[in-house]
Design a protein around this ligand. Structure first.
Ligand code: SAH
Length: 346
């Protein structure tokens, strides 16, 4: 009984193989997968098409993991909703639902905490607690869909955690969420954000999934980047850009560069010109994010004029650049901030 595994974390192929070993036919795997991933069925007993005997047999080996909404914050300005979810082991993660004209987008977490150590980010302040399973990553979407009675069309892996530090489970999640028996979300509607773990960029490119890859730059100069992103000690910007070129060649997809603007740290005109020099000639887009200041660090948000100047410099030089719209500013809490506040209350 104790060795039971979570059905939600298996890809359809894995489930078929595991069930085949138990002499259960592949069409049963299809049915179970559909009920778990499309219909958000919460336990094996609730799968209507299975016989009592088969349910008992399945329950000996499997369970269906469900994350629970611990708290929801509703924006009164733009309908953005932030969720804190409680996991089976009582860990807490956060996700965000944003309603755009082009569809409902969720920003989901891939790890409990993070070990990347970026100095301006709240998610990493208590280090990495653990990786999320592929089922827990997907379940954030299922639980938001059923809570709001809507369909999610876009996913961004930009919540807590570094997706490439939980690579296998993230790949499984992508397979599950794209499966036509599940939510069937197109890869083009999924964005994966990484701080730039170079070997994984190559590996991911070789998978040739047309996912939008987003790279967190935050500086175009290695020595400056090292001051805010410890991962810069491991991988040089030159290596990251080479890996991005490889990704673009393999997938034909435009890369997004994220750049969090921090007052007097990386928001000068010179910094913008440095970014231009770094990314010119690449099929890319730059997304500027005015810093969401967190209480664990002294950084503050760039002022509006500096944000505008930064965007103007890049746009005038032909680099497509936008400033990320702030969603839910009345419930505004930076990545990981809601979770930290919630845990500290306990
Ligand atoms: N580990 C991934 C996902 C992180 S969250 C990555 O590094 O890309 C997505 C983006 O939000 C990253 O670019 C991250 O650097 C940025 N971010 C984190 N904390 C922030 C804050 N307080 N204000 C603005 N952007 C922040």
């Amino acid at each position: 009984m104790n060795n039971r595994s979570d059905i939600k974390s298996y890809t359809l192929k894995e489930l078929r193989d595991i069930l085949a070993n138990k002499n259960i036919k592949p069409f049963r795997a299809n049915q179970i997968f559909g009920f778990v991933h499309k219909k958000n069925i919460r336990c094996i007993d609730d799968i209507p098409v299975l016989s009592k005997d088969l349910k008992s047999k399945l329950k000996e080996c499997f369970y269906i993991d469900n994350i629970k909404i611990a708290k929801r914050y509703d924006s009164k300005i733009d309908d953005t909703k932030k969720y804190l979810f409680r996991l089976r082991d009582n860990n807490i993660i956060e996700s965000v639902l944003m309603k755009y004209k082009h569809g409902n987008t969720v920003c989901i977490s891939t790890q409990v905490g993070c070990r990347m150590g970026c100095s301006f980010c709240a998610s990493t302040k208590q280090g990495l607690i653990r990786n999320l399973t592929s089922g827990e990553i997907a379940d954030q979407i299922y639980k938001i869909q059923s809570d709001q009675d809507l369909k999610i069309s876009n996913i961004v892996l930009m919540g807590s955690g570094e997706p490439f530090d939980n690579y296998e489970n993230v790949l499984k999640f992508l397979d599950i969420i794209h499966d036509e028996l599940g939510l069937k979300i197109g890869y083009r509607h999924i964005t994966l954000s990484t701080c730039g773990i170079v070997p994984k960029i190559y590996d991911f490119a070789d998978k040739k999934l047309p996912v939008t890859l987003s790279i967190s730059l935050h500086s175009a100069i290695d020595d400056d980047r090292k001051k805010i992103m410890p991962i810069a000690n491991k991988y040089k910007l030159k290596e990251i850009i080479k890996a991005c070129e490889y990704y673009i060649n393999k997938t034909n997809r435009r890369i997004t560069f994220e750049y969090t603007l921090i007052d007097a740290v990386n928001d000068s005109k010179k910094n913008a010109l440095e970014i231009y020099e770094l990314v010119k000639g690449l099929l890319c887009h730059v997304n500027l994010i005015p810093l969401n200041s967190i209480k664990e660090s002294d950084y503050s948000k760039s002022n509006k004029d500096n944000v505008k100047r930064f965007a103007d410099v890049l746009n005038q030089k032909g680099i497509s650049t936008t400033v990320r719209r702030e969603m839910g500013s009345d419930i505004n809490a930076a990545c990981g901030q809601l979770r930290n506040n919630y845990i500290n209350q306990d």
